[in-house]
Design a protein around this ligand. Structure first.
Ligand code: SF4
Length: 351
């Protein structure tokens, strides 16, 4: 066994995290849900979401038979909703094609929606003790510092180098589960993005970045790209009962499948919209403060514009992708956090 591996295993035994909810009863299903939730999200944020999710969907069969709406509702607030849609799709595939049991072959797992090589390996390392290598963001940071690997880890050639280093340190199946947790924990709690705690680090004597006092230089950041800004308008259509029209967003794209306000590129109510939904309005409109939200690939500035709707046709009322929401009633399942905030603010202001 490599010295590095031995040292972090010994460190894990004394100081690693062993009481996280997904570390108990490590089935492939439980590990998978935790790994997906933990992507781009901190442990303390994930814990309550994970517990609620497990309570509602304790196994693949319950997740596969649930409606997408109820899955998205339990995800609301965690962001990156594609993760939730992929969980649902994958559960259905496993239920239908694998008799409800996670495949044991890493290549088969990688074919499932939303599961990359590192996540697939983590699932099998934890649940079946298969000696597979992981390389998530935390591990990339540790290894880039340890070996002063220059270049952004998102670049294919740099990633290839890091995979090779990670594979060299991966132990046999006897130690794989502890090692996998140990290296994840080391990155998350000691070798942190800013101000790594090198004095407490079990592998500081082998770390080139520490020796050269250059920990801040590794891993290299991603090439700077300024996010484009998208300006849109949210239509706040209010009927005579003070109800607000919500519309289910298309499956593809941001907030896919969630309930939101109708979106337009101009503050006016488009003619096609009036026509399709059988609405008519008085001319009175009112613009509210813009909502700002940052997505991974753009900034959104959305100005809510209030229109008073004079009447609604039965055609509009029977459309299943819209609903009239009374701001004083509980919100429907699956509303994105910024829209939820706006609707709650309206509830306070409405009579
Ligand atoms: Fe990270 Fe510091 Fe440990 Fe190197 S010595 S692996 S930089 S915590």
């Amino acid at each position: 066994m490599h010295d590095f591996t031995r040292k972090i295993l010994a460190w894990y035994k004394k100081q690693g995290r062993k009481d996280l909810p997904w570390q108990q009863n490590k089935t492939a299903y439980r590990v998978w849900i935790s790994e997906i939730m933990l992507q781009q999200t901190q442990v303390k944020t994930v814990i309550p979401y994970y517990l609620r999710f497990m309570e509602n969907f304790p196994d693949i069969a319950s997740l596969a038979s649930a409606s997408l709406d109820s899955v998205l509702a339990l995800w609301a607030g965690l962001g990156y909703y594609t993760r939730a849609r992929n969980l649902h799709k994958t559960a259905i595939i496993i239920q239908n094609n694998y008799y409800g049991k996670f495949p044991s072959d890493v290549e088969k797992i990688i074919e499932l929606p939303g599961i990359g090589r590192s996540t697939a390996s983590a699932i099998l390392a934890f649940s079946e003790k298969q000696a597979l290598t992981i390389l998530d963001g935390n591990v990339k940071r540790v290894l880039a510092r340890l070996h002063t690997v220059a270049g952004w880890p998102g670049k294919p050639d740099i990633e290839k180098k890091l995979w090779a280093i990670a594979e060299a340190y991966t132990p046999t199946s006897r130690y794989i589960a502890d090692y996998t947790q140990a290296i994840m924990d080391l990155g998350a709690t000691v070798c942190t993005r800013s101000k790594p705690k090198c004095i407490e680090c079990p592998v500081s004597s082998e770390c080139l970045a520490f020796e050269q006092n250059e920990t801040a230089l590794y891993p290299n950041p991603s090439p700077k790209k300024s996010l484009p800004t998208k300006h849109i308008f949210f239509l706040l259509l209010k009927n005579q009962k003070n109800e607000i029209l919500l519309e289910r967003r298309p499956e593809a794209g941001i907030w896919g499948g969630l309930w939101s306000l109708p979106e337009t590129t101009t503050p006016d109510l488009p003619f096609s919209y009036l026509n399709n939904f059988g609405l008519s309005t008085k001319n009175k409109t009112q613009a509210l403060d813009p909502i700002k939200h940052i997505f991974s690939h753009f900034k959104l500035i959305a100005t809510p514009v209030q229109h008073l709707v004079k009447s609604t046709s039965t055609r509009a009322m029977s459309n299943t992708s819209i609903l009239w929401h009374n701001p004083h009633n509980p919100l429907p399942k699956g509303v994105p956090a910024p829209i939820k905030k706006l609707l709650m603010q309206l509830a306070r202001e409405f009579p």
